[in-house]
Write a protein of this length. Structure first.
Length: 155
């Protein structure tokens, strides 16, 4: 290391060939910086796309009559929303998880049922591939919404 410092100090940096050496030393750092900026921008676009797909799948699920129909509808909507994505999201391996997390005042404590007013947690997970493969893996997004159907009838 000391020999490298001594060699770098011995170079006359005002000559043309020395500027070329300096340029060659800085190019990898500039390339790494540019690739990092592109990866961060792509990661932001993927996050926005995934949050939009989560919102769309949750909205399609809360208007269904029962849980199984809602899960099927949410999975279909998430795949269709992410199918047009060109940001590195694999739309074929999208996972959607629906969970009822809060009930209404009519829930009798034995469990939360699929009824109007119950809170639904929708989580969409998708594998992503980045410009630089350092950050490849799964990314997920979560949203809480209220079930809108079916309306409970009391008679």
């Amino acid at each position: 290391m000391a020999a490298l410092k001594k060699h770098l100090k011995a170079i006359c940096w005002r000559r043309g060939s020395s500027e070329l050496i300096g340029f060659a030393l800085i190019i990898p750092l500039l390339a790494a910086l540019i690739f990092t900026i592109i990866t961060i921008m792509q990661l932001g676009l993927v996050r926005q796309t995934l949050e939009y797909a989560t919102y769309m799948s949750a909205r399609s699920a809360v208007v269904c009559e029962d849980y199984s129909t809602a899960l099927t509808q949410a999975q279909t909507t998430a795949r269709m929303t992410l199918a047009n994505s060109t940001y590195g999201v694999d739309s074929d391996n999208v996972g959607v998880h629906l969970e009822l997390v809060g009930g209404t005042s009519s829930t009798s404590g034995s469990g939360i049922t699929w009824e109007k007013g119950a809170l639904l947690k929708c989580e969409v997970t998708a594998p992503i591939s980045q410009f630089i493969n350092i950050l490849d893996g799964d990314m997920s997004s979560c949203i809480y919404v209220m079930v809108e159907r079916p309306a409970r009838t009391y008679y």
